[in-house]
Design a protein around this ligand. Sequence first.
Ligand SMILES: Nc1ncnc2c1ncn2[C@@H]1O[C@H](COP(=O)(O)OP(=O)(O)O)[C@@H](O)[C@H]1O
Ligand code: SF4
Ligand SMILES: [Mg+2]
Length: 323
Amino acid sequence: MTLLTVSDLVVEAAGQQIIRGLSLSVNAGERVGLIGESGSGKTMAALALMGLLPEGLSLQGSIELEGVELTGLSDRRYSEIRGDRLAMIFQEPMTALDPLMRVGRQIRDAVRLHRRISRAEASSRMLQLLARVGFPNPAEQARRFPHQLSGGQRQRVLIAIALACDPALILADEPTTALDVTVQAQVLSLLQRLVREERSALLLISHDLAVVSSVCDRILVMYGGTVVESAPTREILTAPRHPYTVALLDTSRGISADGETAAGQLPTIPGAVPAWDQFPCGCVFRGRCPREQDRCREVPRLTEGEHRVACWFPFSSEGGGGA
Ligand SMILES: Nc1ncnc2c1ncn2[C@@H]1O[C@H](COP(=O)(O)OP(=O)(O)O)[C@@H](O)[C@H]1O
Ligand code: SF4
Ligand SMILES: [Mg+2]
């Protein structure tokens, strides 16, 4: 069953598009990854879905969650849906938590915001949530302030806040990027286990293909504020079709643009992600794409089906990224 459908979403600043016709869907209980280099528009897309776009940006298109159109909702109605059916975990937990409030109270307030229950019931739910996210001594943790916790512990608190009202969909924007590698793995496996147990859907946003592919059933590849490829995780890894996806895979496997394995240096995709107002017309990957031809001056549409790609000259569906 489709939970979230985003259609032709456009976010503009001063008449220039940052999100360019973004379309995606997430099914109930599904774990979907959204991947792309820094500057691809992932955070902007997440903020648009949460109804939290920065001042001065305009939004067009449709965001439908459980059959309810979210664009155009009043701030009050949107905030009712946020945290109740839709929750977000941010990259830097320190900015998402109130530094002056004990973490237990922050979780309890999140529980009470959307449920008419007593303070005592909310407190007991808060302690349960702290235990669920892996604190062996919830009552003691509840009394701490955010600065008294480690980065991994703060991220667990944010996960507890996100779970507070059994949301249908959790958006997690680079939830482990700021953490050490070992803590990253623990937080990811906790998130994965909890969304499965809660039967929530997850939209996991990351620049790191390894993170997304370890957790998600399906991957959306984003570039220039639009989805350029969408397929089940295994297909993205074994039979990528869009030149950008192929380049992302090569860099994550340590292969540089000339096909050689780079020794001792991090390979990158040639060229840089343009500033949001500097993308070429036509296909957004023009200028960095080794397969570019004249036709690429027209915008390629995302194809239909299970494996979707927006490119005039994609790699063949036979696999391996071969032509
Ligand atoms: N308030 C804003 N006004 C205009 N452009 C912005 C604003 N915030 C971010 N951007 C631009 O939008 C583009 C996408 O940014 P972002 O969504 O943060 O990318 P990602 O999360 O994929 O790294 C970037 O070029 C960024 O500079
Ligand atoms: S449409 Fe053209 S420029 Fe864009 S990714 Fe495909 S081949 Fe490259
Ligand atoms: Mg981001």
